[in-house]
Design a protein around this ligand. Structure first.
Ligand code: ADP
Ligand code: MG
Length: 400
């Protein structure tokens, strides 16, 4: 079956589409699914093929990005605008899938669309006398299904939360399928707006997978680069490469409550958005603009290193590789800082691309895979990653 996976993350940079062939297609699978590794849950073992056919990125038009960021940050966004955004984003997702199909000359039989997260609160909090954990991904499945002419699975997170989980992370399902190894303990580190990891000890069953958000990915770097240099991001880490790290700022921020909290945990703009960036800039004080970007870049690397020391290495098996994906993999300054954190831990840094899944395609491909599982009525949350009490079939289906 050919499935289109569609992802748009908290960076709000745009839409990634990956077309994957899953199941029992003809031809040699690339990369091969290693189905002999032990693991308790069935779905991963039933897959015979998982092949990336290609992927494409579509930047949001400037005004759309602005509207998305406004909807995420506003204390009181207008309900009419939120409803409009739901249908407008669906149109853009459909455009993106149709364009990728044309480019690759294939037609998707199923679409898995993550949608744009406008709000995520993975932990239950009091609201009107009840305690609720909530999440909201926008991008209307019915519109995408009609335009693409294929069924769409969307809104993946609520089913995991209904089962007691935090609704995130969901990519560990793909990580476990792709990167587990009989002899090598691996940490898959995605650096999107937020940074998150999946740690799989050598020869581990899925119940031993650890996954959580480590903290900021590109979100703080982007925000300060925008604020101080008027650019949406620090392209190729050039600004950060020239500056100096403000060590006292890093020391203070590493004491921040989210970073110290034990996993499972999830973060978003609620934790590392506008308010956090305000605090960050205040702590940096009158420092040179370039040093502020260097310090934001260092914060991402240091918080990842810290999370691994505190919550991964101490608690489970030994690890020798980190596989990096997401937009942050394009920032050489960030990768160099990260490599510095990892070498004392005996971890070698590798890129997702080396495993046949390009950095930019991985999360989109994951939502194609999750949609495929849902279509076959199989669960695809990893309870040890999300904290869910049970396995859950994720998402809602809109028919074409
Ligand atoms: N060439 C590059 N140099 C530096 N940073 C980059 C580069 N390309 C992408 N990025 C960063 O990656 C981010 C997008 O990453 P992505 O994985 O799409 O995140 P998300 O899943 O949150 O949308 C951009 O906002 C930018 O910060
Ligand atoms: Mg993105």
């Amino acid at each position: 079956m050919i499935v289109a996976g569609v992802m748009s993350g908290t960076s709000a940079d745009g839409i990634d589409v990956a077309l994957v062939r899953i199941g029992t297609a003809e031809g040699r699978p690339r990369p091969r699914v290693r189905s002999k590794v032990p693991g308790p849950e069935g779905p991963l073992h039933r897959l015979s093929r998982f092949q990336l056919l290609g992927h494409a990125h579509f930047a949001y038009p400037k005004d759309v990005r602005k509207a998305v960021l406004a909807a995420m940050n506003a204390q009181r966004a207008s309900v009419a605008d939120l409803a409009r955004l739901n249908f407008l984003l669906a149109e853009l997702y459909a455009d993106a899938v149709l364009s990728t199909q044309r480019k690759l000359r294939v037609k998707a039989e199923l679409v898995g669309c993550h949608g744009q997260t406008l709000y995520h609160q993975g932990d239950a909090e009091s609201f009107l006398g009840r305690r609720v954990a909530v999440t909201w991904q926008t991008g209307e499945g019915a519109v995408i299904a009609r335009r693409v002419g294929a069924p769409v699975v969307s809104d993946f997170r609520p089913a995991d939360m209904a089962a007691g989980g935090k609704g995130a992370p969901l990519v560990p399902f793909l990580d476990y399928l792709f990167y587990r190894d009989a002899h090598i303990g691996r940490i898959m580190q995605n650096i999107g707006g937020i940074a998150n990891l999946t740690a799989i000890p050598a020869s581990a069953g899925a119940e031993r997978v650890i996954a959580f958000d480590t903290g900021p990915g590109n979100m703080v770097i982007d925000a300060v680069t925008e604020r101080l240099f008027g650019k949406p991001y620090d392209r190729d880490g050039r600004i950060a490469a020239e500056g100096r790290v403000l060590e006292d700022v890093i020391t203070k921020l590493l004491r921040e409550s989210f970073l110290r909290k034990k996993p499972p945990k999830t973060a978003g703009r609620e934790e590392f958005g506008r308010e956090f960036v305000g605090t960050f800039l205040r702590l940096c004080g009158p420092a040179a603009k370039g040093n502020v970007v260097t310090t934001a870049t260092s914060l991402t690397a240091r918080s990842i290193g810290d999370a691994i020391r505190r919550f991964v290495v101490k608690r489970s098996g030994s690890y020798s590789e980190m596989v990096v994906s997401g937009g942050g993999a394009n920032n050489p300054t960030l990768l160099a800082m990260l490599a510095n954190e990892l070498s004392p831990l005996g971890l070698t840094l590798r890129l997702s691309d080396e495993f046949g899944l390009p950095s930019a395609a991985k999360e989109a491909a994951a939502f194609g895979l999750l949609a495929y599982e849902t279509w076959h009525r199989r669960p695809s949350n990893v309870p040890s990653a999300t904290g869910a009490k049970r396995a859950a079939i994720l998402g809602k289906i809109s028919y074409a």
